[in-house]
Design a protein around this ligand. Structure first.
Ligand code: PHE
Length: 372
């Protein structure tokens, strides 16, 4: 506990003695926790009789020799002002809930720069998906989602892949283990496409419908620069009376121009999917080389010099699919529709000129920061 040194000690080093006193003042102020602590603190320093200020006044000023009086007077006055301020500030700090150490002149400096907390950003694949979804939302489509662990029924059977049909082999399915005791249609797998959400939505919502379905899908593909066992699709489905292949073409041509830029051309080529008939692949003129197949004197790599890039699979909903949801208003003799599905990862690769798909999944912030 601090005690006031006598006059000789003070005179031998007034600067040090003043500093020691202020250190003690500061430490004792810091220990104040309650108003009764504070009263003890105030009296110890400021009591007219026997307080530290009173002792300083008697010992260092009144007793000082005439030639040191002026200087001692200045110091003691200064100490008096500081002690009074500290006592006052520590009470105010106590009432405002500020620790005594930070009260008064040592209050938080709000002009200092704050602690920087990075808020993160959209992943480039999610960003691409959101942009594509936005194109369809502007056309009046709403968004639907479904489970990533799916049954055989929704992933295959209701999409017109009969049991043992060879079309199932194209899907490189990852099956969940130990399902053999269940009926085939109940057996679980990781969905290989977002198409099961077509059926799930048609079970819930009567026609007409216009929906887009973004989500993760899984296939037994070893990871390399253009494959990943997990990737992303965006599915679309429109069902109404009198929907034609012309509606499909017009909608997708508009969507590609809205997403890739108004100068791209579209081209439809025959294809096959069990759940659409007829089926097509949609090609978009290469937005990297403008469709010429060359970049200056070099061959254009993204379109493999063909001038066209395959973007999605599509077609008119097969009547056999509607049969599974006929009871909810999807009578194939009354309604028709089109569906499409695209891989978001490949579109993001092309759009950002990234040459290795794995970079999207390694989550190296130095890579991801470039898209923020
Ligand atoms: N589900 C198909 C696939 O993953 C894509 C597709 C969707 C094709 C909708 C036609 C209609 O390959």
């Amino acid at each position: 506990m601090y005690t006031v040194p006598d006059l000789n000690e003070y005179l031998s080093d007034p600067i040090q003695q003043t500093a020691d006193l202020l250190t003690a003042l500061h430490e004792e102020a810091e220990a104040v926790r309650t108003e009764s602590d504070w009263k003890v603190f105030r009296d110890r320093w400021m009591a007219r009789k026997g307080g530290i200020l009173a002792q300083v006044n008697d010992l260092w000023l009144r007793a000082a020799p005439p030639d040191r009086k002026r200087e001692a007077g200045k110091r003691v006055n200064d100490l008096k002002a500081r002690v009074e301020k500290k006592v006052e500030d520590s009470l105010q700090g106590l009432r405002a809930g500020v620790p005594a150490a930070h009260a008064g002149s040592e209050r938080l400096d709000i002009t200092l720069p704050g602690i920087h907390r990075p808020i993160g950003a959209e992943h480039p694949i999610i960003k691409t998906m959101n942009e594509i979804v936005a194109v369809f939302r502007n056309l009046g489509y709403s968004v639907q989602e479904g489970p990533e662990i799916e049954t055989d029924y929704y992933n295959f059977e209701s999409l017109n892949f009969p049991p043992n049909h060879p079309a199932r082999d194209t899907q490189d399915t990852l099956f969940i283990a130990n399902q053999q005791t269940k009926a085939l249609r109940e057996q679980l797998l990781l969905r290989t496409h977002t198409s099961p959400v077509q059926i799930r939505t048609m079970e819930k919502i009567k026609p007409p419908i216009r929906i887009v379905i973004p989500g993760k899908v899984y296939r037994n593909d070893p990871p390399d620069a253009s494959h990943s066992p997990m990737f992303h699709q965006i599915e679309g489905l429109a069902v109404d009376t009198n929907i034609t292949f012309g509606d499909l073409k017009g909608t997708l041509d508009h969507a590609m121009k809205a997403f890739f830029g108004s100068s791209v051309k579209t081209s439809f080529r025959p294809s096959f999917f069990p759940f659409t008939e007829p089926s097509a692949e949609l090609m978009v003129s290469c937005f990297v080389c403008g469709g010429s197949g060359r970049r200056g004197s070099d061959p254009c790599r993204p379109c493999k010099q063909t001038g066209w890039i395959e973007i999605l699979g599509c077609g008119m909903v097969d009547p056999n699919v509607f049969e599974f949801v006929k009871d909810n208003g999807y009578d194939p003799s009354k309604v028709s529709g089109f569906a499409f599905g695209m891989g978001a990862d490949r579109i993001a690769l092309l759009k950002y000129g990234v040459d290795d798909l794995q970079l999207f999944f390694q989550n190296d912030v130095r890579f991801l920061r470039q898209f923020a």
